[in-house]
Design a protein around this ligand. Structure first.
Ligand SMILES: NC(=O)c1ccc[n+]([C@@H]2O[C@H](COP(=O)([O-])OP(=O)(O)OC[C@H]3O[C@@H](n4cnc5c(N)ncnc54)[C@H](O)[C@@H]3O)[C@@H](O)[C@H]2O)c1
Length: 328
């Protein structure tokens, strides 16, 4: 396989590349990444130095010539494009929605055109946030209507709709995965778990939006990556596959669990003004990918969360180098 992956200097993409190089020997991977504030080339430094099958291309998915250049780094015709590249933080999308439209919608359209021209498979890495917000009960299935509430989730939903339109209009071999909140190594310290850990490790407090009652489903990043790989290899064109952990937590309870794992007390919580339009609850039904493709998560919070805490404790230099980086 010759694969173009995008945005793999970020959190999930860098874990995906590591998984592929370990478990799919012989696959060649070109990574196109614009190295925004969230992109960190050091995440794949060892792979860049040591793996003859990994190629890094500094460039932007919004620029067709950059996409072409990245594809040109592969030793043979490209078999698939997997799109991780995105602006990914809801808070930033509230401040700067235009950038989210340009990257997440415009960039995806450029990649879809490249996949069409190369007649290759296209997998869009999407999010459960496109479904909007749930009440206290129920789960998002692949049939749940799209009802995004933030500029971030609206831009991701728009990209998903374009993928399906390219499938129907041009017959593109395209599919979408939608995952719940990820946690694990290499996550930029702006998202809840690494933000909390890095605040605690620098003597600060964990900021909690509102009363911390918003509920999210959490999945270990490698389990997400295994789901994407299964969908890439065995998924049906035109389908959506939800990926989630059946692991719902209120934000305040995660914060308390992190306090417990790091030996801190409740005095290290700080309640702050709620996010605008904050979605109440996300919870995902991932039984389709389990039933049709045989996916199941290998980690639970009981194992994955302590491992993640340890990773941030042992990789202080990695996250300290990122603390001054700010989204535009
Ligand atoms: N983090 C989660 O919990 C989560 C859950 C579900 C889905 N997703 C989706 O998974 C994907 C990856 O998320 P993440 O958390 O790894 O994001 P991230 O913010 O950590 O990384 C994004 C990467 O994309 C790159 N990028 C941004 N704009 C680019 C552009 N114009 N051209 C090329 N590269 C560009 C950045 O440099 C960075 O390396 C996103 O599409 C996101 O919507 C994330």
């Amino acid at each position: 396989m010759n694969l173009l992956v995008t945005g793999c200097c970020g959190f999930i993409g860098s874990n995906f590349v590591k998984l592929l190089l370990a478990e799919r020997p012989g696959w060649r991977i070109a990574n196109l990444d614009a190295l925004t504030y969230a992109g960190n080339r050091a995440n794949l430094e060892d792979e860049e130095k040591n793996s003859p099958d990994y190629f890094f291309c500094h460039g932007d998915i919004r620029r067709p010539e950059d996409v072409e250049r990245a594809i040109g780094m592969l030793p043979g015709p490209v078999d698939a494009i997997v799109n991780f590249a995105a602006e990914s933080h809801v808070d930033n999308s509230i401040r700067n929605p235009g950038l989210f439209v340009e990257t997440n919608v415009g960039g995806t359209a450029v990649l879809l055109q490249a996949a069409r021209a190369k007649k290759c498979r296209f997998l869009q890495v999407s999010t459960d946030e496109v479904y909007g917000s749930l009440g206290p009960t129920g789960l998002f299935t692949e049939e749940t209507p799209l009802a995004p509430n933030s500029p971030y989730s609206a831009s991701k939903a728009s990209a998903d709709l374009m993928v399906m339109a390219w499938r129907r209009t041009y017959g593109l071999d395209a599919l979408v995965t939608r995952c719940s909140n990820n946690y694990g190594p290499y996550q930029f310290p702006e998202k809840l778990i690494p933000l909390a850990l890095t605040r605690l490790m620098t003597g600060g407090k964990i900021p909690i939006y509102g009363r911390g009652e918003n509920v999210r489903d959490w999945l270990y990043v490698e389990d997400h990556c295994r789901g994407i790989l299964l969908a890439l290899e065995k998924g049906k064109a035109g389908e959506v596959y939800n990926i989630g952990g059946f692991n719902e937590w209120r934000n305040v309870d995660i914060a308390r669990e992190l306090l417990r794992l790091t030996g801190n007390g409740e005095d290290r919580l700080e309640y702050v003004a709620d996010r605008l339009g904050h979605d109440r609850r996300y919870a995902i039904d991932s039984s389709k990918i389990a039933r049709e493709l045989g996916w199941r998560p290998l980690r639970t919070f009981e194992t994955g969360l302590p491992e993640t805490v340890r990773w941030y404790e042992e990789h202080r230099a990695w996250w300290e180098a990122l603390l001054d980086r700010r989204a535009p």
